[in-house]
Design a protein around this ligand. Structure first.
Ligand SMILES: Cc1ncc(C[n+]2csc(CCOP(=O)(O)OP(=O)(O)O)c2C)c(N)n1
Length: 644
């Protein structure tokens, strides 16, 4: 479906075209940009509310600053659709997030206007500061560096590390705080309260307006006048405004709050700020979903709503004639409550993903034992460790990709101290349309090498429930090991998933089927592809055995002895990186025990795999059902494996 831009937007091929427009035309540009985003996302999907909320900011930034020479860095990048559309990607925007299409996030390879690749939050300040300091070193004092960061992303330690450093420099850095009171779910924590205080304080706002007017008047009078105003402003703020202390105490000059939807004001303020040296922060108030009623009303739902009818606001859901399997995240959420109702020591922790992880089910059912700690993965892990020292049974749910941030905490705060924290890693394996920043490719490799860590992955819903049941059991909790359970994004395979809870023996795999010649060893839900592959091969009278190993650590050594004694060809399959992952573990076992089988490993190669539907990416890497079947055939026909 062809989406036609409005008449002004149709002529903006680069920000230069935007900058050639009269400022009076900008409200129309904003309206057309907003409409173009609505038209596109309703039909092609993607993130939604965040981009609508920064339409005016986006237009103002490209209008005032000389991009791409001036460096503009979007934090997270899920709000950068307007930026992409204004920077030469309007006519291919319908490919956004599709296989081989535009990335859903800024990406350096995609455009010179994407100064920094993003996806994970809270990197913008550090990256922009790095650029600003490099500009100083390279004697380029005219270049501006702008980080646009949401109030959600601002809660992360990394953002504060960046500000702490920035405040001790003279770097030309402008931080735009895009404050909409939302993360994906409502933003949490003391910073949120603080920002609300600043925003609503009448004293502060009156003084701020006076200072601003003065600054505007004086800016025509040259540098010394500006310096006087600047001193006056700082003095006023310091003496009168307790609320401004947070940013200013970090030596960032604080401006705002201003209405982030008033395009004229934004342009004039940004023009003023261009001439103010050093690190500074502009606090803009915006509404997530601005301009699209349903998205303004239910901001969490409209963060990434899927396809919808833009006229009625109805989100389109596929309708099925028969009951469908649930999402793994929902099995997690409901099972956690089921367990927590019996085991009072259970608590849940999520870093800013209540809806995404379905921790919100426990937050609703047992609010005092479920914690959203903000975008703070490192804190989430150490906070969990702290609770575990006191005997709480902690389910810390973190997306596999975001767990990368908290690796040191896993080692230093959990495993070295022998604390039995339970890590549930959602979105393990290929994340799909979110792409390489979000793929959960590495967790098997980085978790299995840490001592005092059990690593498991369920092949279906029942297995997930049983692993969770096992992890919270006294025998595991009285042990000295953390317990990682990784599962993917999306639906499982069991419409009737509410099976009775049963303990699983740690380090025990499951034989799915006996076979001849080749044994397929899988870990996690990718095992269901192997089941399909076996069905395909059956028609050719090829009958590989299939084992769901269930644990990457400890491996089921009894089962592996049986496998290497019976089969001379082994195929391992994992939805994770090949280097150091499950297949590597199997090969280590083989050499450690003197076996000499032919082993082929399927998984994610040592390369950045881009975005697309999960199945497209599995196919690309050769471990979709067809790819698995092909590998079995290869082992059969080119190897020593014998079928009878
Ligand atoms: C390290 C990390 N943790 C979690 C996420 C998931 N995530 C994506 S957007 C988002 C909310 C960001 O809130 P904010 O910065 O305020 O932007 P808004 O969506 O409100 O515009 C979260 C938690 C992420 N991208 N990176």
């Amino acid at each position: 479906m062809l989406i036609t831009p409005g008449s002004l937007l149709a002529k903006i091929d680069t920000p230069d075209d935007l900058r050639n427009l009269d400022q009076a035309a900008l409200p129309q540009v904003c309206a057309e940009l907003r409409q173009f985003i609505i038209d596109n996302v309703s039909v092609y999907g993607g993130h939604f509310g965040a981009s609508l909320g920064v339409v005016e900011l986006t237009v103002a930034l490209h209008y005032v600053f000389n991009t791409p020479d001036d460096q503009l860095i979007w934090d997270v990048g899920h709000q950068a659709y307007g930026h992409k559309i204004l920077t030469g990607r309007r006519d291919v925007f319908h490919t956004n997030r599709f296989y081989k299409g535009l990335s859903g996030f800024p990406k350096r390879k995609e455009s010179p206007y994407d100064s920094f690749g993003v996806g994970h939050s809270s990197t913008s300040i550090s990256a922009a500061l790095g650029m600003a300091v490099a500009s100083q070193l390279q004697n380029n004092p005219k270049r501006h560096h702008i980080a646009v960061i949401g109030d959600g992303a601002m809660t992360a330690g990394l953002a504060f590390e960046g500000m702490n450093h920035a405040g001790a420099t003279e770097a030309d850095l402008l931080i735009i705080l895009n404050d909409n009171c939302m993360s994906i779910d409502p933003n949490v924590g003391a910073l949120r309260e603080y920002l609300t205080d600043i925003t609503t304080s009448p004293t502060y706002n009156k003084v701020k307006d006076e200072v601003w007017n003065l600054l505007g008047k004086m800016s025509n009078f040259g540098k010394s006048a500006q310096e006087i105003v600047s001193k006056l402003e700082t003095g006023l703020k310091a003496s009168l405004l307790k609320q401004s202390n947070l940013f200013e105490s970090l030596h960032l000059r604080y401006f705002g709050p201003i209405d982030g939807h008033d395009i004229d004001h934004l342009v004039s303020v940004m023009n003023d700020l261009k001439d103010i040296p050093g690190p500074k922060l502009l606090h803009c108030l915006t509404v997530k979903g601005k301009g699209y009623g349903p998205a303004e009303k239910d901001q969490t739902k409209w963060h990434a709503p899927g396809l919808f009818d833009k006229v009625t606001g109805e989100i389109k859901k596929k309708v099925y004639a028969t009951p469908q399997p649930p999402k793994y995240q929902d099995v997690f959420g409901h099972t956690l409550v089921e367990l927590a109702e019996v085991n009072e020591k259970i608590v849940g922790v999520t870093p800013a993903m209540p809806s995404g992880s379905s921790m919100n089910i426990m937050m609703k059912a047992i609010p005092d034992r479920a914690f959203d700690v903000g975008i703070a993965e490192q804190h989430a892990v150490t906070f969990s460790a702290g609770m575990a020292t006191q005997g709480q049974v902690v389910f810390c749910n973190i997306y596999s990709t975001f767990m990368q941030r908290a690796y040191d905490q896993v080692i230093h705060d959990v495993c070295i101290q022998e604390l039995p924290v339970i890590f549930c890693l959602d979105r393990a394996g290929f994340a799909g349309a979110d792409g390489p920043t979000h793929h959960g490719a590495y967790d098997l490799a980085f978790m299995r090498c840490v001592p005092n860590m059990i690593v498991a992955s369920p092949m279906n819903e029942q297995e997930l429930r049983n692993l969770m049941f096992t992890a919270q059991s006294d025998i595991i909790q009285q042990g000295k090991q953390a317990f990682t359970i990784r599962y993917p994004r999306g639906e499982g395979v069991m419409p009737n998933w509410k099976t009775p809870l049963e303990a699983v023996e740690v380090g025990k795999g499951r034989k799915i089927r006996d076979g001849k010649g080749v044994a397929i060893l899988t870990i996690g839900p990718i095992g269901n592809y192997a089941v399909k592959a076996c069905e395909l091969l059956e028609k050719e009278n090829i009958q590989p055995a299939h084992y769901d190993m269930r644990f990457v650590k400890p491996l089921d050594e009894t089962m592996l002895h049986e496998i290497f004694q019976r089969y001379d060809s082994v195929l391992t399959v994992e939805d994770g990186c090949l280097m150091g992952g499950f297949g590597s573990a199997v090969i280590e076992f083989m050499t450690d025990h003197g076996y000499m089988a032919r082993v082929k490993r399927l998984g994610i190669p040592d390369a950045i795999v881009e975005h697309g539907e999960q199945i497209d990416l599995h196919r690309e890497c050769g471990f979709d059902p067809q790819g698995i079947a092909d590998s079995v055939r290869e082992l059969i026909y080119t190897g020593r494996a014998v079928t009878v």
